[in-house]
Design a protein. Sequence first.
Length: 201
Amino acid sequence: MMRMLKIVVWSVLMAPTLAAAEDVFEFTRAQQERSGVRLEAVEPRRFGDSFRVIGEVQRAPGTTETVKSLIPGRIEQVLVSPGQQVAAGDSLLVLHSHELLAAQHELQRLGDELEMARAKLAAGERLLEIQGIAELEVGSRRLRARAAQRAFEAARAELVDLGLGDDAIHRVLGGEADPHLTLRTNTSGVVLELAVQPHLW
């Protein structure tokens, strides 16, 4: 910085005595010796080729996002690498989880229970119309159906929180349970680092 300041100062002080043409100043040899300015031929170069610094890049608060899995499992496939640009919604890795499979089976079981509770309630309401069942029994069936509905919705919400979309949940309810979970990024940016490796838990 001191060297640059010296050049600027000398240029201003000596400008009236220099021959200028289109803002180009020519130094005589005597002027160069007195000013201590060294003139050299220049050529186009990239900035990075000429200026190298050693330092540490610090992340500004709020500019990074750590993607974590809410369920344990084994990393089957890493789909990105450090330095890679990603957009919101892009897949990052594929996880194999026994807990995820168990949660899907639980949703299937609760779905069957809900269907059964609804069927019993519907049958009870039909019997009630012809006085073939007590109203108290129909009320009990209605309560069981509501409890089954709440349990089913809670299990479904858990799978949504784990990253399963509507299509995946629809397949689960159709009998297609899958232990694989794809983790995706919620924001666009650049992958800085990976704290996982394939085939590790």
